[in-house]
Design a protein around this ligand. Structure first.
Ligand SMILES: [Zn+2]
Length: 313
């Protein structure tokens, strides 16, 4: 069994177009790094190609990819970037509707998915909407994406966290690199450390292990037993050199132990770098791509048991 602890659903109107273009720009830059900038693929062209492939409002594409990859279950994470673009909301769907779409996907595939509730904590109705969601479809956590322009330890966020605590929900917070026009600075792990300190009973998951801030993330998490990390979104670095992924993972398991370290894909946006099938296979068989040693037990806990325990699956 494999559990993917970090996936999203994208479809027309799910997120601001500027965000999609930013992701495509990052993609063509990484793909074209060996060529001068003017020889890179056009970002809008990649965006349009990818939207045709990735668009997945009902979760059926994700299920097909999971089946190919032998991924049994996935944790869905709704994103809320709209406050970065207040005007764009009129061209997209409301955050309430978006969370409802995620819930309906879980309803269609109850054995395959669980969903978080995702919202920008600056929204005035954030608490009310989380409360409503808990009563209607029981999300399994609260997802926060600070790169839209707020520090996660800003007091404005705390009423929402307090409600999440009442429901005993883990809080998963994006940390690390993010394509323009989003800004990574808001998601530095030191701001997440504050939340772990203020809510010692809460499980706080630092998504992507903070990417390039992985050493800082792990250094902070060593001291805070309620801080977890996920290793989603590492496929581009893995492609460049597998040890750019394996070394941080080894360090994470050595310092936190295996039970606070979760496997994830950050699909479907990252599928263009490595399919879920190839990614799941690669992490399940370290010796095929690295000299760094992992025990079978460690990989088993990383790829499924840690998530099983956390989400009571
Ligand atoms: Zn993500």
């Amino acid at each position: 069994m494999t559990i993917d602890s970090h996936v999203h659903l994208f479809f027309e109107g799910s997120d601001p177009e500027e965000f999609f273009i930013g992701c495509a720009q990052a993609g063509v830059t990484i793909f074209g790094k060996d060529k001068p900038k003017e020889d890179h693929q056009d970002a809008r062209q990649l965006y349009e190609q990818q939207m045709d492939i990735l668009s997945d409002k009902d979760g059926s594409r994700l299920i097909r990819e999971m089946d190919k990859a032998n991924i049994d279950k996935a944790i869905l994470l709704p994103l809320d970037f709209w406050l970065k673009y207040p005007k764009a909301e009129y061209t997209g769907i409301s955050i309430k509707k978006k969370n409802e779409i995620y819930a309906s996907v879980v309803e269609t595939y109850p054995d395959r998915f669980k969903t978080y509730f995702g919202i920008d904590p600056r929204r005035k109705d954030a608490r009310k909407l989380l409360d409503l969601a808990m009563k209607k479809w029981q999300p399994v956590g609260l997802k926060i994406h600070p790169t839209a322009g707020f520090y996660p330890d800003d007091p404005i966020c705390y009423p929402l966290y307090e409600l999440a605590m009442e429901y005993d929900l883990p809080i998963l917070i994006h940390s690390g690199q993010e394509p323009a026009p989003m800004e990574a600075k808001w998601s530095h792990p030191m701001y997440i450390d504050t939340i772990a300190a203020d809510f010692p009973e809460a499980t706080i998951i630092v998504a992507h292990c903070g990417h390039g801030w992985w050493r800082q993330t792990l250094d902070l998490a060593i001291m805070k037993p309620n801080m977890y990390v996920d290793f989603s979104g590492w496929q581009p670095l893995f492609n460049i050199n597998p040890d750019y992924f394996w070394e941080p993972l080894r360090f994470a398991i050595d310092t936190l132990g295996p039970w606070r370290v979760l496997f994830g894909s950050d699909g479907s946006m990252l599928d263009v770098f490595l399919s879920p099938k190839k990614w799941a296979k690669a992490v399940s068989h370290p010796s095929k791509t690295t000299e760094i040693k992992f025990s079978e037990r460690e990989i088993d806990i990383f790829t499924q048991k840690a998530a099983k325990k956390l989400y009571n699956i």
